[in-house]
Design a protein around this ligand. Sequence first.
Ligand code: SER
Length: 462
Amino acid sequence: MKSSKVRQKYFDFFTKKGHKLTPSSSIIPSDPTTLFTSAGMQPMIPYLLGEAHPQGKRIVNSQKCFRSQDIMEVGDNRHTTFFEMLGNWSFGDYFKKEQLGWVFEFLTKDLGLDPNKLYVTAFEGNGQIPKDRETVEIWQELFKTAGIEAKLNERIFLYGAAKNWWTRADSPESMPEGEPGGPDSEVFYLFDQITHDPKFGKKCHPNCDCGRFLEIANSVFMQYQKKDKGFIELPQKNVDFGGGLERLVAACQNQPDIFKIDLFWPIIEKLKEDLRVEYGDGQNSTASLRVIADHIKAATFLIKDGVTPSNKMQGYVLRRLLRRCAVKIHALPQGRPARSADGSLNDSRAWEANDILPKLVDPIIDIYQETDYFQTGDWDQIRQTIAEELIKFKQTLKRGLRQIKKIDKVTGKNAFDLYQSYGFPFELIEELFLEKGQKVSREEFDKEFKKHQELSHQGSFL
Ligand code: SER
């Protein structure tokens, strides 16, 4: 099933259940305390806290999301920084029984997923919030309707706050005052064609990182708010559901590699053709192609929503994405024929990122043409922003990489020099030295940065 069909089926399903469809908000939130919209619930916070939503108590949508914290995870079969989150919300209306029943119905009936391949989780409780027995009982009833006896630790798994408590902060303890949160229940799809890798632990389970299980749905029972002395119950019990569209499509196709679905594959194909590299199991280039495909898509969405590369805030993250793509392209096997800007084949020098990456905007527009994200846009400006940033970086990229090769033992000083003289974002320097088995100290780097700022400040008075 293609992504546009999954998206539409989700909208239809929840519209029939009385939800109103609302458009995606910008990927750049209006709330200045957060850099990016990283979950569908972010624009819904006022309504989760009690304000009346103009469209009512039941809302459905697909939200464009960006998670910068996941940049380093990209490269495996399932992580991305940009994704679409299908979401439905109850603002003090229905709760656990309806929500979990609908999720099960949508996944098994509308998407046709085999219930035998679905595994679910619930909150095991902590000192302050009790174990979520109700969720366990609801799932047991639901699986029973499909002829499955859902036993604990076989079909239903209990986890602590690290896995089954949802908040925008890292943990219940680090939630700022006023922040809403609550226990959640996730649904995982099992790819039984993959064998468990003991490197990730003795026994495989839904939250194991070996890639057999893929989280496809998350229902948060948003009923608490952090206050100075702990948690209080919100005046209304809410539901905040999120399911990554890319992952749902992968599950529908029983395809463990989300880069092979229609939301990514045309970008990978273009890259394979232009870079003349292979994609697939055992190919060294696979992880790099995934990183480039993800980052260029994320960059396109960020630029479309008004971000330009810079040294600050969202602009810095955009710069980091584009420069990381350039490094990945540069590190691919050299010396093979590639396509130049006019489409003809020529030698390896045509591999320059500033030629290749702007052209990827075209398959991205095609992929999203049925959505309202890309109905209109200044595509030339997007291509040009990408090209200009990469041309700037091209001047120093090769020299910077040569310099990194020469450094035997990295210090804060030479890490700062790479940042200052060659335009390598800190995180990229960190990654490149990690590949050489060396750790860059953020503290030492920051010290050098500060020293430099003080010197330039003094300089400005000379
Ligand atoms: N907020 C939850 C999540 O991001 C559910 O939408 O997973």
